[in-house]
Design a binder for this molecule. Structure first.
Ligand code: SF4
Ligand code: SF4
Length: 475
């Protein structure tokens, strides 16, 4: 890896920057060596990340009645969420869930800044809480890493770098398999892993590609993903306002900044002693004292760093803290704005709608369509009219369902052609044809709406009611 090692912090000193923090004047990448954070927030994030990693790695292994609890089978266009299978027919639910997710993200960004980046994003989780910790363990803190990067390729450097990249590669392979487990399920993954690559060339290639991309991201690309690739990071300038609660420097309290000199009064100085520890711990290489910036992923490392300094100089903690610009400017507490309330109302509305649709979702998806080009037929023996329909039933459950039909809205009957009931295999589609008979006296007009009940033929449970049209003679 070609690391452009700067002797000093990569942060540009002027208040206005015309490039991101990790690019130098020649346009070359500046490698960031963040000092290892220490403090309450870092400890909290470590504990939270253990919980997150546990969930992330455990979820593909959890099964309900022998079926995955979570699976995102993109190729098979089938998604299992919380043990429930979702099909392309449930796309409206999926779209609503995505909208709810994004409104949630927008709400959280407007009110709490990029709290998702710091606490919820898998990129930050893997980078800061997994790969970075391994790097600290092998290569030491920032100054040792910098020294190692500058050092010639001695035995020690070769050993440390080889060990680091070998572990990174192993972890990347593990993450690649984890992604695949979410897509194809652990059983299928186990088959791929235990069989020779030639037996599953597609799966094996996918794992190799994801492993390669993951390794590239965490060994080299790192914070560039947040700065250059992630669209959410780039959107924050339109999502944040002056009331958004972000990781912020209290310029009212901190300025004018300056180093304390022995035996000299410092009455004119603010609380910031210009130690730059907040800059040295920043994984994206910025100086938060310059205000909210595109690169800030709200990782809270600078809060911990500054709190430790404030404790040492006997000043109150919180010179860098979660606060809004207006709260700092007006020396008051941050509060939720009208925009935040409006977003919350929209979000709650969407969440309620989504919950309603999920709880009222049927086990089968049935379409009953009149066969085109065929009019009604008179059945003299029954004094009835009949229409011919084609029927299609999607079974969204993990069990086979024997399906039968009843006419719900009128007297009359349904006759499946050639069979007693339709056997619909688990997560399959069954098709058939049926006649619907309605006594001639009950037929009102050339086209009337009717309702057909879809039943589990074994248990008698009503699974769904579908509407269709019935043709009769003109009155
Ligand atoms: S400015 Fe602070 S919170 Fe933002 S990325 Fe840097 S260290 Fe993390
Ligand atoms: S860590 Fe605190 S005191 Fe030190 S430079 Fe940053 S804001 Fe100032």
């Amino acid at each position: 890896m070609n690391e452009n090692v700067s002797s000093e912090s990569p942060v540009v000193e002027e208040s206005y920057r015309d490039r991101i923090s990790t690019v130098d004047e020649q346009g070359k990448r500046v490698w960031i060596y963040p000092k290892k954070p220490k403090g309450t927030f870092y400890n909290a994030r470590t504990i939270f990340s253990i919980f997150q990693l546990g969930i992330l790695f455990a979820l593909p292994f959890i099964k309900v009645d022998g079926h995955p609890f979570m699976q995102f089978d993109i190729l098979g266009r089938k998604f299992i969420l919380f043990g429930q299978a979702f099909w392309p027919q449930d796309f409206h639910l999926f779209a609503l869930a995505i909208i709810t997710f994004f409104v949630g993200i927008i709400l959280f960004t407007a009110v709490y800044g990029r709290v998702f980046c710091g606490w919820g994003c898998p990129q930050t989780l893997f980078m800061e809480m997994l790969f970075r910790k391994i790097e600290y363990w092998i290569e030491g803190d920032a100054h040792r890493q910098r020294a190692l990067a500058r050092a010639p390729w001695t035995g020690e450097k070769i050993f440390k770098r080889s060990m680091k990249y070998a572990i990174f590669l192993g972890l990347s392979f593990l993450i690649g398999n984890l992604f695949l487990a979410y897509i194809i399920g652990v059983d299928r993954l186990f088959e791929i892993v235990t069989q020779p690559p030639a037996a599953n060339p597609g799966g094996f290639t996918f794992v190799l590609i994801v492993t390669g991309i993951t390794f590239f991201i965490y060994a080299y690309f790192r914070e560039q993903l947040c700065l250059i690739v992630c669209p959410y990071g780039r959107l924050q300038s339109v999502l944040l306002d002056k009331e958004s609660i972000v990781v912020a420097y209290d310029f009212k309290r901190g300025e004018p900044r300056g180093k304390r000199k022995k035996n000299q009064p410092d009455d004119h100085l603010g609380d910031c002693i210009d130690c730059k520890l907040c800059v040295q711990v920043c994984p994206t290489g910025i100086d938060i004292r310059n205000g909210t910036q595109l690169e800030c992923i709200n990782c809270t490392a600078c809060i911990d760093a500054c709190n430790s300094i404030m404790t040492k100089v006997n000043k109150p903690k919180g010179l860098i803290r979660y606060a809004s610009y207006n709260a700092i400017e007006e020396s008051r507490k941050s509060h939720i704005t009208g925009r935040g309330v409006a977003y919350t109302v929209v979000l709650v509305g969407l969440a309620v709608l989504l919950t309603f649709l999920l709880t009222t979702r049927t086990d089968v998806e049935t379409t009953v369509l009149r066969t085109p080009g065929v009019l009604y037929q008179r059945v003299e023996a029954e004094d009835a009219l009949r229409n011919l329909y084609s029927v299609k039933v999607v079974n969204k459950t993990f069990d086979e369902i024997p399906v039968s039909f009843k006419l719900e809205s009128h007297s009359g009957r349904v006759e499946l052609i050639g069979v007693d009931h339709l056997d619909v295999e688990s997560q399959e589609v069954a098709e058939g044809a049926l006649f619907i008979y309605i006594p001639e006296n009950d037929v009102q007009g050339p086209s009337m709406k009717i309702k057909v009940g879809v039943y589990n033929d074994e248990t008698g449970e009503l699974l769904q009611t579908v509407k269709t049209a019935f043709l009769g003679p003109a009155m």
